[in-house]
Design a protein around this ligand. Structure first.
Ligand code: GLN
Length: 485
């Protein structure tokens, strides 16, 4: 069962070949048996999951099932879910049980999907290796010496290890695409504003966007149909007509214009990643697409711009964790200020503190104009670069990350080295564009490599369609880690 795609599982449920309770139990058993070596889940609650599965089966029996009714999924622990411990990978929220559902979680429930559990991630989604979690690092199912990527590392690892058919992730600067690339799965970050941020704990609000992570683009399209759409409780949610994200799955590739930005193939790109990405682009060409060079001249400014703006927003967003309303409170303190200080010192990890410090600095009097305002201007120029490139092409392709998964511990003491990992993923977030990663091959060490596809605003259906056509003609997304065979 765990080798089935979402479409196959949906058919098996519809014909009664399997019940949601059986399916859910099957995945829970797999998680119990296999996850100790990967650490991809933070919280499980089998009783709660099985109750949801029974309700899904009853709904089907009553004739009210939708296509995804009864299908299990797991949520990145950045989304709050009613009755579930919702930690954000932080000691600060170690014991926080949410009284309400994030909109994404609520929509999955409304569709009759079953929550298997909450997935490990970097603390407050800050990181590129999942080593910043208070609950310990996640191990890459392809090689447990390697990181799974971050911050949605638990989501990527759980899907790769077939512990869940599909998962949610969030992407502020690459956190869906880079772990998807490292774990050999498919993930899409939609256009900013397409998926509601309500109940998705804020890291950098003008960048954060939720999206699906699964083995195939087709499966991602089905989940995006469930989670996308206007939400009046998110002030940046976009009011647009409902879309069917599966509608272009069968569109041929003939006529597709692919742009290759030269800045995505320069210094710092691992040679095996470059060769793999080029081979994938060549396959698109053979399937009917045309390929041309484009330029995104401000690519090198993406890292400094993002690492000014995202921490600025984070420093403001994270001020709500004061040990008073919710979250960790120090056991011993003197006066009120001392209580804040001790609670936050104990509750947050090193990377989160680093971001709060940077963010507070760039927003402070005297530096605001020099850093924050300047970075906002560069952000606009980066978005303009994309629009110029899209005059000549329909989608942009390149690597999702400069390397395949690196070894656990190899970069965790060097924040700058870690930030460089985000060089190809940050720009779409700065511009608010949709972007995805699809499995494109492996390096000699057997670690997966992802192809990044960046589209213009609201081109998700087209992107998922071209990815599906690629997946009909390749089997990278079907390979499974040897240790699971
Ligand atoms: N790696 C980036 C960061 O640490 C992006 C994280 C994300 O997309 N949530 O900020």
């Amino acid at each position: 069962m765990h080798t089935h795609t979402l479409t196959q599982l949906s058919a098996a449920l519809a014909t009664g070949q399997v019940s949601s309770v059986e399916l859910t139990q099957h995945y829970l058993d797999r998680i119990q048996q296999l996850d100790p070596q990967f650490n991809s889940f933070i919280t499980l609650d089998a009783e709660r999951s099985l109750a949801e599965a029974r309700a899904a089966d009853a709904r089907r029996a009553a004739g009210h099932a939708g296509p995804l009714t009864g299908i299990p999924l797991a949520h990145k622990d950045i989304y709050v879910a009613e009755g579930w411990r919702s930690t954000c990978g932080s000691r600060m929220l170690e014991n926080f049980v949410s009284p309400y559902d994030a909109t994404v979680v609520a929509r999955c429930k409304d569709a009759g999907m079953v929550t298997l559990g909450k997935l490990n991630c970097d603390e407050f989604a800050m990181g590129s290796s999942n080593e910043n979690s208070h609950f310990g690092p996640v191990k890459n199912p392809w090689d447990t010496q390697a990181v799974p990527g971050g911050s949605s590392g638990g989501s990527a690892a759980a899907v790769a290890a077939r512990l869940t058919p599909i998962a949610t992730g969030t992407d502020t600067g690459g956190s869906i695409r880079q772990p998807a690339s490292f774990c050999g799965i498919t993930g899409i970050k939609p256009t900013y504003g397409v998926v509601s941020r309500y109940g998705m704990v804020a890291y950098a609000s003008s960048f954060d966007q939720g999206g699906p992570m699964a083995r195939s683009a087709e499966d991602c399209a089905h989940l995006l149909n469930v989670i996308a759409g206007f939400d009046e409780r998110d002030s940046t949610s976009l009011q647009r007509p409902a879309e069917d994200y599966t509608r272009e799955l069968n569109q041929p590739l003939a006529g597709l214009r692919i742009g290759l930005p030269k800045e995505y193939f320069g210094d710092g790109l691992d040679s095996e990643v470059a060769a793999t990405v080029q081979a994938a682009v060549e396959q698109f060409r053979q399937l009917g697409a045309t390929v041309k060079d484009v330029s995104l001249p401000r690519t090198r400014m993406a890292i400094p711009t993002y690492y000014i703006l995202a921490p600025a927003e984070a420093s403001s967003n994270l001020s709500r964790f004061d040990g008073v309303r919710y979250g960790h409170r120090a056991a011993e303190y003197g006066d009120l200020a001392d209580m804040y200080e001790r609670s936050r010192s104990e509750g947050f990890g090193a990377e989160v503190k680093r971001r709060i410090l940077t963010g507070t600095y760039v927003l402070s009097h005297g530096y605001y104009d020099a850093y924050y305002i300047k970075a906002q201007k560069v952000r606009r120029l980066i978005a303009d670069d994309f629009q110029r490139a899209f005059a000549d092409c329909d989608v942009i392709m390149g690597p999702a990350a400069p390397t395949a998964a690196f070894d656990l511990g190899s970069r965790s003491n060097d924040p700058l080295q870690m930030y460089l990992e985000d060089v190809y993923t940050l720009s779409p977030n700065l511009a608010g564009l949709p972007a995805m990663s699809i499995p494109a091959g492996f390096n000699r060490a057997g670690r997966p490599i992802g192809l990044q596809v960046i589209g213009n605003y609201f081109s998700e259906a087209r992107m998922l369609g071209l990815a599906h056509q690629f997946q009909l003609n390749s089997d990278w997304h079907q390979q499974q880690p040897g240790s699971l065979a």
